[in-house]
Design a protein around this ligand. Sequence first.
Ligand code: S3P
Length: 441
Amino acid sequence: MISSNSLTVRAVDGFSSEITVPGDKSISHRAAIIAGLANGPCRISNYLPSEDCLNTLRAMESLGVECDYIEANDHGPTEIIIDGTSMSLSSPPTAIDCGNSGTGMRLLAGILAGQNFESTLTGDSSLCSRPMGRIIKPLEDMGGHVRSAGEREGHAPLIFQGRSLEPIRYVMPVASAQVKSAVLLAGLFAKGTTTVEQPATTRDHTERMLTEFGIGVRREGNEISIEGGQTPEARDLDIPGDISSAAFWLVAAAAKKNSHLTVRGVGLNPTRTAVLQVLLRMGARINQSVTHTGGGEPAGDLAVYASELQGTEISGGEIPNLIDEIPIIAVAGALAQGTTSIRDAAELRVKESDRIRTVVENLQAMGANVTEHEDGMTINGGANLHGASLDCFGDHRIAMAFSIAGLFAEGDTFIRNTECIATSYPGFEQDFSRVCGIKVQ
Ligand code: S3P
């Protein structure tokens, strides 16, 4: 039984299904921002109408970008003409609310630091407790003036005074695509060459999209440089499905006996597909076919067939490329035979929830054998899972990961406060019913 803000899940038999997941969240944020800076109208198709991405779209509108909503589904606009401002944003009438979105806030910070007007970025209580010092530091190094007005130093709300920026060479202490993107976007508004060096490869959607919009972006290994003063040339974009959303179904089908699932039109950018490498190492049977490349992003189909999963080790440079999939990979680890070790993943503690704590707590509540570490967890798989009454701590990925876990548990799994799912995957509950055959009530 599913209602608007809770989910009750119980075990199902194997299933055979096909699914198209909604548009990629990371790419949708960037499309709203970069198209809004472009030199003319851009038609964006398959935009993700999730709360996070709608907040970024509203943010751009409040900065003077005109948006024409061409098509919508039950959750919001999916096809939009964004009329670029040729890099000329205007002062927002009120504080910009980024809701729950770290990506929205950090990327918007990159463009607001270099404007000639004052602006404020705020968000919900989860977002206002997440670290923003990581973007304040490089933006201030560029000459920006960013005041953190949160309860603690380095937390939102963030108030931007509006300054002209100088280029920098910034060596990032954490492997974060959001920080890299904030600096590169700020670099567009600075005079000269801004360079970012990342400690490990992170998702490269910003670099790809800027290149697609005709911006010169130089990449040498983990160093990315951009020349300020360029204006993105208007382009149309078709956003692929989000592999982070597909990951829930991939794990469900890989672990559930007698199941088969095809995911169509999903983004297959190699900086996002580490989840596939991990599942393959665990013994999953997955066929991947790249069918097209659009907007600089490869996309295609994934076919997954049930198999016996085995534990694996995940650490080091692989972590940033599957950071959002770790909650569902941890569920896969609990369903696998043997040990799954997840290390070097301390960044999980500063996501929408402390995802090390929340995953461990919920897995333990379901009877899994898990040990928490400061930077990850060790899961001794194969224990019989049982239903439980779980919280999702306001975290969409925790809500979805444990909905999938419930498919493998004895008895009912009840998940409270699942409305947060709409931040990244509106329609998850309906897809859940369709794929797994549980009736929505
Ligand atoms: C994202 C980067 C990652 C990821 C987030 C989306 C992006 O965050 O967890 O969901 O779109 O750039 P970090 O940059 O903090 O690693």
